[in-house]
Design a protein around this ligand. Sequence first.
Ligand SMILES: Cc1cc2nc3c(=O)[nH]c(=O)nc-3n(C[C@H](O)[C@H](O)[C@H](O)COP(=O)(O)O)c2cc1C
Length: 399
Amino acid sequence: MTCNTLEGKTVVLGITGGIAAYKAADMVSRLKKLGACVHVIMTRNAVRFITPLTLQTLSQNRVVVDMFEQPHYWEIDHISLAQKADLMVIAPASANIIGKIANGIADDMLSTTVMATKAHVIIAPAMNTNMYHNPFFQQNLNKLKESGFTVVEPGEGRLACGDCGKGRLQDINVIIDTILNFFKTRQDYKGTNALVTAGPTREPIDPVRFITNHSSGKMGYAIAEAFAQRGARVKLITGPTHLDPPQGAEVIRIQRAREMLDRVMEHFPWADVVVKAAAVSDYRPREEMVHKLKKHHQRLEIPLVKNPDILMELGRIKGDKKLIGFAAETDNVKEYARRKLLEKNIDMIVANNVTAKDAGFYSDTNKVSIIFANGKELDLPNMPKRKLAHIILDEIKTL
Ligand SMILES: Cc1cc2nc3c(=O)[nH]c(=O)nc-3n(C[C@H](O)[C@H](O)[C@H](O)COP(=O)(O)O)c2cc1C
């Protein structure tokens, strides 16, 4: 089965200097519509055929051409794009770039990024038919095929130069299908019941005020979405967020921590795996005022009481269910997380420093360490939450 979405996937698209470069605009637009994050690298010669501005506008990302341009945010582009890529696609791929890759040449941004990436590479050659049949070119192309690159063979017909034969960039539909096939979603959670919690809770002070926290719900929603994509039945118990409900998940909305506890307990017997990504308020006001506190109110202290520790409750009764917690900390992150893991009988805990740059609340990216009950620890680099969600699911599989 082919998945029909590229949500959460980063595709780095290389464009080289051939007449078919104009078709790359359509390709970027199609990839974006499928939900991919697209980064474009153009060769200097590609820029003669289509402007970076067009591709920048369509991809909504800065187009990289020059390797020695000042990097943005002190990321070194060829390394950061090489690492970010879930997949690299070169379309159209000139005879020149294929020759360079096959012979280990890295003399511009595109060839250097290909050399630096561990991501899979799909190549869609396009050129004059005589160039295509040239024995040196064929040797180079075969080298790539033997090294595991996917080659989308060119089509046959009348070429832009007037010649007839093989060499025309393959239909964009075929290239897109090849990309979708590569990301064919594993259905490795088919038959699994996954219960996920997300977002903040709201602990009312009075009818207009409440105590809450900065949780956006993005991480929990990404996990619920990943479970659904991989075939699980998913129930998402969520505090108030501004996010669209994840495709394929049953969404149960709550406000207070105690409602979260009730709903979690209600659905816990159904679940095979429970991921508690919600940021549940540890405290609530002792009293919930029936009427709004007035400005002239004499008592300005709000006494707090502790909320139930849902993870602790679940740890006591978990049996053979898999229980995964999150530890959002601001200091001694791993140490607190390890302690929480042991105290609460959790199988795996995802620890993050919520004050770190480009991580934690609100951010679309996160940088976490995953700590396991057996002592194993995994420090992951900063990455999109949707990508991280899939890695967390991969790790849950190993429990
Ligand atoms: C009008 C024009 C069209 C070209 N079309 C192609 C092409 O379709 N495929 C190809 O391999 N080279 C083509 N070339 C030649 C390449 O641009 C040339 O080999 C260049 O060095 C490729 O550089 P790059 O791989 O760094 O982009 C074309 C050149 C011109 C002037």
